[in-house]
Structure formats: structure tokens, C-alpha cells
Design a protein around this ligand. Structure first.
Ligand code: OAD
Length: 247
């Protein structure tokens, strides 16, 4: 929105709905971090050496060529290490202080919500700054950039992998329960910066809608969610979210 321009009426209406909300559920995808400089998965800059995420983020790809998969993650870690939260992340952290309950569920693994001050975001797909031993299962924080390839477990010497949920793997039960619960019992749901094609995250907008929530999508591009939500704000998350924080 240009400086000095009036805030659209719709934005003010949504801000008021948020101010009146008892249980707000928020889902974020790669789009919220785009303005921080993190490439989205399905955008023009999402390809790495011509591989799509679906070709690298799988247990099969890791079993076949762990070096290649680690090189991709090392590239993403390097990019993300240089990125800071943007006004969209900051607005969500602030919003949480203005409503009784805000459940923040993210598909992102970049850790930027926590850096912005959001407490306890549910990271459905894990966190790129954590690693897990493929032998002993130990999970630990690891912020090395670059990470030595192939990284090894301090405890048992086993091969480490990113602590990320890959295609074909199951999500953690507790994470699933929290995510579904947040959207089933929300009075307002915000669906921000996700293409809405990766399950089960993609089903949460519909779940909230069927359960009677007012559902707002924020995404400059068309997605399958557009047909089912109450309103789509076709804007960059960082431009609109600061205006939706209750006063
Ligand atoms: P995608 O890359 O599929 O979609 C990003 C969405 O953000 C697109 O719909 C864009 O139009 C939108 N977008 C871009 N810039 C935006 C902005 N400034 N503000 C708001 N929206 C913007 O990313 P996800 O839907 O998050 O999984 O992808 C889902 C999962 O697929 C990821 O979590 C990842 C990937 O494989 C794993 O890593 C396991």
C-alpha cells in the first residue's frame, strides 16, 4: 500500500474481527518468509540445480544420495542464516499479545517466527536448524553454516539428517493434534503465504471453514484455497499483516 493511502475498509473490518476473536488460528507457508529473502518452494527461485523440493525432500532421495540432499539443505541454511524476520512475522508476534488465544501453525522450517518473538509456534514440518541421527535418533540443534558434509552424530557417529518432515513421512502425532485442534476450534483463521497443495496443512483452511470460522487468505497469487475462504487479500503478507494487528 503506498505511503499516505487510506487503509482499505476490508482490512479494517478484518482487524476488528481479530480484535473480537476468542480463538485465532494462523497457518503460514513459505510466502510469509519471501519478503525476508527466503526462496519459496514453488516460486520461480525455488529450484536448486534444477531439482524441485519433491525430488530432494524425501527419504528415498536421502538414502540414494545423502550428499546431494545435504548440499541442498546447506544452501538453504546459508540463505536463511542471512535472513531476518519481516513485518509480517513481527505483526503475528504482536497480534498474539492482543487476543486471548492465537495458535500459530507454520509449514516453514526457517525459525523466523520465533526470531520475531512468537512463542511456541507449531512447526509442522520441523526446523532446518535441528538435525537428527539416523542411527540413535537423537535430535539436536545445529547452526553450523556450512555444515560439514556428511555430518555425523556426536554420540554414536551415525549419519545426521535434517530434522524435517519429508514427503512420504508422517507428521508427529502431537503436532498434528495441535494443528487440527487449532483450526477446528478457531473463530477466525488466517491462511498466509501457502500454495495450499501439501497435505495435511492444506486441509486446515477447509476444516476451519466447515467448523464455522471466518477464514481469511493472504496471498498475492491464486491458490486452491481461494474458492473456499471468506475473503482473499491479494497482497504481500508483510504489507497487510501490520494493518491487521488490533490497536
Ligand atoms: P510454496 O512455495 O508452495 O507456496 C508459497 C506461496 O506463497 C505461494 O502461493 C505464493 O503465491 C505465496 N507468496 C509469495 N510471496 C508472498 C508474500 N510476500 N506474501 C504472501 N504470500 C506470498 O510454499 P508452501 O505452501 O509453504 O515442505 O509449501 C508447503 C511445503 O512444501 C513446504 O513446507 C515444504 C515444501 O516442500 C517441506 O519442506 C517438508
Amino acid at each position: 500500500m503506498p505511503d499516505g493511502a487510506a487503509v482499505p475498509t476490508k482490512w479494517n473490518e478484518i482487524r476488528q474481527r481479530i480484535a473480537d476473536s476468542q480463538r485465532l488460528a494462523v497457518m503460514t507457508g513459505a510466502g510469509i518468509s519471501a519478503e525476508s529473502g527466503v526462496p519459496t518452494f514453488r516460486g520461480a527461485d525455488g529450484l536448486w540445480r534444477n531439482f524441485r523440493a519433491e525430488e530432494l525432500a524425501t527419504p528415498e532421495a536421502f538414502a540414494r544420495d545423502p550428499k546431494l540432499v545435504w548440499e541442498w539443505y546447506d544452501w538453504r541454511r546459508g540463505l536463511i542464516a542471512d535472513c531476518a524476520p519481516n513485518p509480517g512475522h513481527m505483526a503475528l508476534a504482536q497480534m498474539a499479545t492482543k487476543v486471548p488465544v492465537l495458535n500459530l501453525i507454520t509449514q516453514n522450517v526457517d525459525g523466523l517466527h520465533e526470531l520475531a518473538g512468537s512463542t511456541d509456534p507449531v512447526e509442522m514440518h520441523g526446523n532446518i536448524w535441528k538435525v537428527r541421527c539416523t542411527d540413535c535418533g537423537q535430535v539436536s540443534a545445529d547452526r553450523r553454516v556450512p555444515i560439514p558434509i556428511l555430518p555425523r552424530c556426536d554420540g554414536c557417529g551415525g549419519l545426521l539428517r535434517p530434522h524435517i518432515v519429508w514427503f512420504g513421512e508422517s507428521l508427529d502425532e502431537a503436532v498434528l493434534a495441535r494443528s487440527f485442534g487449532a483450526f477446528e476450534y478457531a473463530d477466525i483463521a488466517l491462511i498466509i503465504g501457502t500454495s495450499g497443495v501439501v497435505q495435511p496443512a492444506a486441509s486446515l483452511a477447509g476444516l476451519a471453514k466447515r467448523a464455522g470460522a471466518y477464514v481469511v487468505e493472504i496471498n498475492p497469487d491464486a491458490t486452491p484455497n481461494r474458492a473456499l475462504v471468506d475473503v482473499t487479500l491479494s497482497c504481500a503478507a508483510g504489507a497487510v499483516l501490520p494493518h491487521l494487528v488490533p490497536l
